[in-house]
Design a protein around this ligand. Structure first.
Ligand SMILES: [Zn+2]
Length: 248
């Protein structure tokens, strides 16, 4: 990979510095071989994730844009997000700034984009939106990295990190298998193989989790950053506006 592509893919230019993205750093602990096995489906999942992010981001900013009208798969998500907001007393304090908010840490040299900064009940913190059936361990590191950058950059104290996992699926009325549709692919889980599935209307569930061990997760994030820098040392050495002290 050429150095320009590397820079564009894995980092941001901020105030004259090149800063690697949080998600590039945490990819070092994701289960990459597993992902590679399902190439076509993986791309569809990514596209679906992006679509849900844009849609929910829009909702949090107070606009439920036209997407709903042409994509019926988003309808149950809108309902689930609305009831999540109500149940947990969620408020976006500054809808212009706090959705898809770019944060960076000049000292530790990294940057990222936080899905939402919110008040949830009595606490303030960041909400990371995830789609899909499972919580991946790298989310713990990712949100710790964001949280640290958010606090350093704003000089404010934030109490919490949350994951809002949005799972959208159809369920077979006979055997209770779940089908998750992601673009042109679909993925079946559970149920019986011999069933002649009768799919019900699309449903969505929200799972909302507060992540408890910030200090521990942040240490692991910085450790992942070291490994990521070591892994990419040959590229990083060529990036003039990335300080050498961070390169092994
Ligand atoms: Zn079935």
């Amino acid at each position: 990979m050429g150095i320009d592509l590397f820079k564009q893919k894995f980092g941001y230019e901020i105030q004259g510095m090149w800063l690697p993205r949080v998600t590039a750093i945490t990819s070092i602990i994701s289960k990459f071989p597993f992902v590679l096995k399902e190439t076509g489906g993986f791309r569809d999942r990514l596209a679906w994730g992006t679509q849900v992010h844009e849609f929910v981001g829009g909702m949090l900013q107070g606009s439920e844009h036209e997407a709903l009208e042409y994509d019926p798969q988003l309808v149950p998500i809108a309902a689930a997000v609305r009831s999540w907001q109500k149940e947990h007393d969620v408020e976006i304090l500054d809808s212009e700034r706090d959705v898809e908010r770019r944060v960076h840490d000049q000292e530790q040299m990294y940057a990222g984009t936080v899905d939402a900064v919110a008040r949830v009940g009595e606490k303030r913190g960041l909400v990371e939106i995830k789609t899909g059936a499972h919580l991946a361990p790298e989310y713990l590191l990712q949100t710790a990295g964001y949280s640290n950058a958010l606090m350093r950059e704003s000089g404010a104290q934030y109490d919490a990190r949350w994951i809002l996992r949005i799972d959208q699926y159809e369920e077979c009325e006979g055997c209770l298998a779940k089908r998750r549709r992601r673009g042109h692919s679909s993925f079946l889980q559970g149920g019986l193989e011999i069933c002649n599935h009768q799919w019900g209307i699309p449903k969505a569930d929200c799972e909302f989790l507060e992540l408890p061990e910030y200090e521990q997760d942040l240490r692991a994030f910085f450790a992942a950053k070291e490994i990521w820098e070591w892994h990419n040392r040959n590229h990083l050495r060529k990036i003039m506006n990335y300080p050498k002290r961070h390169v092994v």
